[in-house]
Design a protein around this ligand. Structure first.
Ligand code: HEC
Length: 148
């Protein structure tokens, strides 16, 4: 009888220790999961931050395309390009940063048209809009008039 009693208490002690260990370890693993997610999320966080701006620009550009009226350079710049080129989002050269534009201007207007129309680095083709080639070129001309 005594023997059976002690093996029963060993069982309970084992169960209690297991529960205590789980209670201690579980929050620790949870914590390391969430901090690992934060550490690895740097790029995602940047993407999430620029998303509202980029999304806004796309919505406006498409709305403009639907009306059919061609837009002039400043209008295209302000509705599409400014989302990145006013703020420097996605590493875009800012409109007021002549130093950042100087080497690009040096590559010539045609090269800049090509980059704006076909995309370059983090910049999508036509700045992500569905505007015409001429409208995009007009926006490049507008940029050049500001940065020269
Ligand atoms: C999503 C953000 C974004 C939008 C919107 C955007 N750009 Fe850019 N743009 C960039 C980035 C980033 C660069 C730098 C690319 C690189 O050099 O890798 C760039 C570079 C450029 C360059 C220089 C290209 C070169 O060859 O050095 C021109 C010109 C330009 N953009 C024009 C425009 C015009 C015009 C629009 C609007 C129709 C526009 N961009 C919209 C992000 C953007």
């Amino acid at each position: 009888m005594a023997e059976q009693h002690s093996s029963k208490s060993i069982m309970w002690v084992t169960i209690i220790i297991a529960i205590v260990l789980i209670a201690i370890i579980y929050p620790l693993t949870n914590k390391s999961f969430s901090s690992a997610a934060n550490a690895g999320g740097g790029d995602d966080a940047a993407e999430v931050r620029i998303q509202p701006v980029a999304g806004f620009a796309l919505a406006k550009a498409d709305a403009g395309a639907a009306t059919g009226a061609p837009k002039d350079g400043p209008t295209v710049y302000n509705t599409v390009c400014g989302a990145c080129h006013n703020t420097g989002a996605a590493g875009a050269p800012k409109l007021d940063d002549k130093g950042a534009w100087a080497p690009r201007v040096g590559t010539g207007k045609e090269a800049l048209y090509k980059s704006a129309l076909g995309g370059k680095g983090a910049m999508p083709a036509k700045g992500g809009s569905s505007l015409s080639d001429d409208e995009i070129k007009g926006a490049v001309d507008y940029i050049l008039s500001k940065v020269k």
